[in-house]
Design a binder for this molecule. Structure first.
Ligand code: NAD
Length: 270
């Protein structure tokens, strides 16, 4: 469906759910794929799946996205191994829900650390490499900047959530996901001069391990409620991956700073 031959992608949270699906889709469409995940067992499993699908190079780094030193080093290693990096997909995330009157400071800190700071850390690590390369080339030519389209096209897609618009019990999560949108739009404005496009997607409820036993809760009543609330039903990881792949594809070359609701047809939040 897509042609990512000769391209390389880094996907955080690639060991499970949406990140895993994006990794498989990039691999089956010809890309070299690097994944970062905190769970070694899952990362290694996905690495095996990638090797079974494609003929590219595949890497797994077991690190936390909120560990700046580790991320900076991993990005350097990945670029050395692949020769370059074309796409960054920030997918790693955690859910730590609490009601406002039951504020949990540990949950708040953990959520912001991974979902918000983690995205900032991964963006800065990759963007620093891209910008340095561009500025070095410009300098060699005696110019301050390269003409925009002489930079090879690069794309960042950040996975936000419909919870960014507010959701009961998700004070920390919605703050982190709304923050991701703010960072996305800042990066989109700041980086367009380097031909770097930055987008966010806002999925509704997608059936992945992050929602844990929620779909089994109350004898399936919770699942039924969401199936009724979302016109096209509870989502699958593929529905998110398809949009991410489009944004990274050649067809997405004229887009920047898009915040796309992957909403299953529901227009008023989760
Ligand atoms: P998931 O739990 O299946 O995947 C999340 C992955 O992130 C896991 O592999 C986990 O190990 C990894 N991770 C967690 N903390 C990390 C860290 N500090 N460093 C590196 N990796 C870490 O869940 P998912 O549904 O695939 O979630 C992917 C993204 O989509 C998340 O950002 C999530 O908030 C977002 N999202 C999910 C839904 C949904 O309903 N599933 C809806 C909207 C947005």
């Amino acid at each position: 469906m897509w042609n990512f031959t000769g391209k390389s992608v880094l996907i955080t949270g690639g060991g499970s759910g949406i990140g895993r699906q994006i990794a498989l889709d990039f691999a089956s469409n010809g890309a070299n794929v690097a994944i970062i995940d905190i769970i070694e067992e899952n990362g290694k499993k996905v690495l095996q799946e990638l090797k079974a699908i494609g003929k590219g190079k595949y890497l797994f780094h077991k690190i936390s996205v909120s560990d700046k030193k580790a991320v900076d080093q991993a990005v350097i290693n990945i670029i050395n191994e692949f020769g370059d990096l074309d796409f960054l997909i920030n997918c790693a995330g955690i859910l730590r829900d609490f009601l406002i009157n039951k504020f949990n400071e540990d949950y708040w800190n953990q959520t912001i650390d991974v979902n918000l700071k983690g995205v900032a850390i991964c963006m800065q690590a990759v963007v620093t490499q891209w910008v340095n390369k561009s500025l070095t080339k410009a300098k060699e030519r005696g110019e301050k900047y390269l003409p925009v389209l002489e930079n090879p096209p690069k794309v960042i897609v950040n996975i936000s959530s419909m919870a960014a618009d507010g959701n009961i019990g998700q004070l920390a999560y919605s703050a982190s996901k709304a923050g991701v949108i703010g960072m996305t739009l800042t990066a989109a404005k700041e980086l367009s001069r380097y031909n770097i496009r930055v987008h966010a997607v806002k999925p509704t409820l997608i059936d992945t391990p992050i929602i844990g036993d929620l779909l089994k809760k109350d004898d399936g009543k919770f699942k039924k409620m969401y199936e009724e609330k979302i016109p096209f039903g509870i989502g699958k990881p593929e529905y998110v991956s398809d949009v991410v792949c489009f944004l990274c594809s050649e067809g997405g070359f004229f887009l920047n700073g898009c915040v796309i609701p992957i909403n299953g047809g529901k227009l008023d939040g989760l």
